[in-house]
Design a protein around this ligand. Structure first.
Ligand code: G6P
Length: 609
């Protein structure tokens, strides 16, 4: 969480910092700040609230300078207050921005207090500012002082550091949190992700774990954890500026929901060209995938629900065992591991700390091979995996995941069929059928998107409710879970999901005329069972909102409202049924007037435990 940005240039960097922070706001948005070197002094502006508030304050102060750092915060250590907002400054002479968590901050704080340092915040970051200051006092070398300071830290960090008397230097370091360097003409930048620098440059260097770098206007020197000068590869980012703008939409979430046909087409393009081949999962996959006998999926949040859906596909299509675990649970238990079970880490961002740590833990327990399914190239989780499948959803900015989720689903479906083919369970005719299913999917998703006006009408009725129940069975139970998660995270309506067959074992007690019950009821082999479960709700006065397929043979009746998605699309039906629950949550949130793209207390990229 938290986004950092920094710039050294021969122009005013304040607009660069502010623009960069706005693009990084998805990483945290409870307070923001910048520190700029102005006429031999570090001038700092911080505000609780959004970057725009800090921007106004900086404009009012006429802040302008050629060197600066900025930060947008998602509070971990210390409440949401201005003194806790970054940058943190030591003795008016060192300023630091930090993303991550310093685990030994208590000990360092004690040691620094004993040296006479006074703390103005409750953050772990202030420790870094004072530590750098302490070492800087020794020999006036900012880079060396930063290196010494980070060597005394345990935990995770991406930091940017400036000093009052070093107008030509911007120092940065990373360990466990993303950080890249943007290379400009006579100006250079640091940022948590490429969106923050893309208006200035597309040429970026992704720092590796333990790297430190010294930036001047004309030069970038990178050193690895062993203090050796290293050359890191320069990437030319293909992120389009349009993908970072709202265009005609009101919210990024709405835009991203509507981008799903294209996101899916882009993600399956290679599958449609080459068929279900191991090479889709990276150059090592043809050698590694055939030796594997089971799958262990690790993920958090929406990505976990993608994993739950995949379990159905992997066990039925590939015919091998598949376990799915919440990463933060898995990493702290004495997990049994079969070395021949493929570890699949699903992460939109590729940097979720719990997922990353779960992956490392799985490796330490003996799993031989790891595959990551990720939407962000060169992020930490794919880099720690032998195999990778990059979804091509494009930048996802709304905190609630939508297009990342459905593209994860098709990636996992592709994995299931590929494994099934390798194991002789998917013959040429079946493969052709699955390819056909994939080919038609973007069209069916578009059809589901066209239901938006009807779903909006429903959502107005949800807006006044305080609770909602979501039901699904089989492949669509994870979609019920995802629907409940979407609704609660952006509209703040309490929502729970159950497998419809479990209703009678407890949740039925909650059902009355005040509790809307959303049912995912596609025309599959479980439809008759779902219908019985719906009767159980109706008999208790519950009002049903049913997402059925065109061919589900359902009719509306008193207390039973039905919206029909396209004809049943077979095994890929969960992808189509994800759309209406996303739209329902979006419009319910709109009706309640919440901040759809930046729901309270949440952040998109969760790099803390
Ligand atoms: C956060 C986001 C969710 C996301 C989850 C996992 O909670 O708000 O949208 O599903 O993290 O993120 P990942 O990047 O690992 O998929």
């Amino acid at each position: 969480m938290c986004g950092i940005v920094g710039a050294i240039a021969s122009r005013n960097v304040v607009p660069v910092l502010v623009d960069g922070l706005k693009r990084l706001e998805y990483r945290g948005y409870d307070s923001a700040g910048i520190a700029v070197l102005v006429d031999g002094a570090i001038r700092r502006v911080r505000r609780v609230g959004r970057v725009a508030e800090m921007e106004n304050a900086a404009a009012a102060e006429g802040l302008s300078g050629f060197l600066g750092i900025g930060h947008t915060r998602w509070a971990t250590h210390g409440g949401v207050t201005e003194p806790n907002a970054h940058p943190h400054v030591s003795h008016d002479s060192i300023a630091v921005v930090h993303n991550g968590i310093i685990e030994n901050h208590e000990q360092q704080r004690e040691a620094l207090r004993a040296l006479g340092y006074r703390f103005e915040s409750q953050t772990d970051t202030e420790v870094i500012a004072h530590l750098v200051h302490y070492h800087y006092q020794q020999d006036g070398d900012l880079f060396a002082a930063t290196r010494r300071a980070v060597s005394e830290l345990t935990g995770a960090y991406a930091i940017g550091v400036i000093a009052i008397d070093r107008p030509q230097q911007l120092v940065c370091a990373r360990m466990g949190c993303p950080l890249l360097i943007g290379l400009g003409e006579g100006e250079n930048f640091i940022a948590s992700d490429v969106s923050a620098v893309i208006s200035a440059t597309r040429r970026v260097i992704f720092l590796e774990e333990g790297d430190l770098a010294l930036l001047t206007r004309d030069e970038v020197k990178v050193f690895d954890r062993d203090e050796r000068a290293v050359e890191r590869k320069i990437h030319v980012s293909d992120v389009s500026l349009a993908s970072l703008e709202l265009g005609p939409y009101s919210h990024f979430m709405q835009k991203e929901i509507h981008e799903q046909p294209k996101a899916l087409s882009d993600t399956i393009e290679a599958v449609l060209e080459d068929g279900f081949v191991a090479g889709l999962f990276g150059p090592n996959a043809p050698a590694l995938l055939p030796t594997l006998t089971g799958v262990k999926i690790l993920a958090c949040g929406t990505s976990y629900y993608a994993g739950l859906t995949a379990k159905y596909w992997i066990e039925s299509i590939a015919g091998i065992q598949c376990d799915v675990e919440i990463a933060s649970e898995y990493r702290y238990r004495e997990a049994w591991a079969d070395p021949d079970h493929l570890v699949v880490t699903i992460s939109q961002s590729g940097e979720t700390l719990d997922s990353m740590e779960a992956l490392k833990y799985a490796k330490s327990r003996g799993h031989k091979t790891a595959l990551s399914i990720c939407n962000v190239r060169e992020s930490a989780i794919p880099r720690a995996s032998e195999l990778v499948f990059y979804t091509r959803a494009g930048a996802e900015i709304g905190v609630a995941s939508t297009k990342a989720f459905t593209t994860q689903l098709v990636a996992l479906f592709t994995l299931a069929v590929t494994l099934g083919k390798m194991r002789g369970r998917v013959d040429a005719a079946a493969e052709a059928g699955y390819l056909d299913d994939l080919r038609h999917l973007p069209g069916s998703v578009q059809h589901a998107l066209n239901l938006e006006p009807q779903i909006k009408t429903w959502s107005e009725r949800f807006a006044s409710k305080s609770d909602a129940l979501f039901l699904g069975r089989g492949l669509h139970y994870p979609i019920a879970l995802e629907g409940a998660l979407k609704l609660k995270e952006i509209s703040y309506i309490h929502a729970e999901a159950y497998p419809a067959g479990e209703l009678k074992h407890g949740p039925l007690a909650l059902v009355d005329s005040d509790m809307p019950v959303v049912v995912i009821a596609p025309n599959d082999s479980l439809l008759e069972k779902v219908k019985s479960n719906m009767q159980e709700v109706r008999a208790r006065g519950g009002e049903l909102f049913v997402f059925a397929d065109l061919d589900s043979h359902f009719s509306e009746s008193d207390g039973v409202h039905v919206i029909r998605t396209p004809r049943h699309v077979g095994v890929l039906s969960p992808v189509v049924h994800a759309i209406p629950v996303q739209l329902l949550a979006y419009h319910a949130a709109l009706a309640r007037g919440t901040d759809v793209d930046k729901p309270r207390n949440l952040a998109k990229s969760v790099t803390v435990e």
